[in-house]
Design a protein around this ligand. Structure first.
Ligand code: AMP
Ligand code: ZN
Ligand code: FE
Ligand code: FE
Length: 280
């Protein structure tokens, strides 16, 4: 086992979901930044795996396949995103469930297109799908609006059209947090709460813990130092692994801060436990 050194990246997206780089391009960037372990966590898709592993092998980078599942439901559930690590993507029913989630995303995207067309924008579902290799999402709707010249950025598209209360918004059709956690755990993986600051208040986080959550993304680009301390304390008090990642989506997404998180800060023991023992 190669020792982890330098930076690690436990949370990033490729063109197989709403990132703008291919897995091979992510590998090139990660290698250039001294990242020693790259985990691809596309939304509801593991199809980037073959390309990720081929590119990583060519440059001698350690790579793993993860996942991010965006949830739906009452209260804070539609702000819960569950990351999965160390699962077996070939376990029974795993890919079938993911493909159901992707199908529901397509239904949702078509409904958003209908709403935007009713507002007078000449957007089509084909425009939305244009750059999506597999999983479609609101960022693809945002990109289509940008190509039409309606907005200048994904951020503007979300703020004007695509968040709750705005005229292009359609509720998420993702699984419940309980289903997302169970899917990852049933496939032998570790379920990790992504960016907990968006996921709700203390009681809601504790409810996720009761559902079987095993890890939490303590270190995250959008967290302040005091939030990181608070989530770190919460993780420790509940026996959760404290992980962290950048949520890199690639150029042009507004979510393109540097790939890779300094290893010491996320905790060597937690990463080894989440990824190495169960995943190699
Ligand atoms: P969806 O899964 O279709 O509901 O879309 C949610 C995804 O959109 C998140 O996982 C982020 O990747 C992305 N996203 C959310 N808000 C923004 C924003 N303001 N700017 C750019 N991307 C965003
Ligand atoms: Zn995303
Ligand atoms: Fe997320
Ligand atoms: Fe993400």
């Amino acid at each position: 086992m190669t020792a982890l050194a330098g930076r690690v990246e436990l949370h990033c997206h490729s063109v197989y979901s709403d990132g703008t780089l291919t897995p091979a391009e992510l590998v090139t960037r990660a290698a250039a930044r001294g990242v020693s372990l790259l985990v691809l966590t596309d939304h509801d898709s593991v199809s980037g795996g073959p390309e990720l592993f081929a590119a990583a092998a060519a440059v001698g980078l350690r790579a793993r396949l993860g996942i991010e599942i965006n949830c739906a439901g009452a209260g804070a559930a539609d702000r819960v995103h569950v990351l999965g690590y160390g699962f077996d993507p070939a376990s029974p029913g795993f890919e079938r469930r993911l493909s159901e989630f992707r199908e529901r995303r397509s239904v949702r995207a078509r409904l958003m297109v209908d709403k935007l067309r009713a507002l007078g924008h000449s957007i089509s579902y084909e425009d939305v799908r244009a750059a999506a290799h597999e999983t479609v999402g609101r960022p693809h709707v945002a990109d289509a609006l940008r190509r039409l010249g309606v907005v200048a950025s994904r951020k503007e598209a979300f703020e004007r059209f695509l968040i709750s209360g705005k005229p292009g918004f359609v509720e998420s059709m993702g699984p419940s947090p309980a289903e997302a956690v169970a899917l990852i755990r049933d496939a032998g993986g570790i379920a990790c709460l992504a960016h907990p600051q968006t996921a709700g208040k203390q009681a809601e986080l504790d409810e996720l813990h009761r559902l079987g959550l095993q890890a939490v993304e303590v270190r995250y680009a959008g967290h302040t130092p005091s939030q990181m301390r608070a989530y770190g304390d919460w993780a420790q008090s509940r026996g959760l692994l404290a992980l962290g990642g950048s949520d890199y989506h690639g150029p042009g997404t507004g979510r393109e801060h540097a790939l890779g998180v300094d290893y010491d800060e996320v905790g060597r023991a937690a990463i080894e436990e989440a990824l190495e023992r169960r995943c190699s």
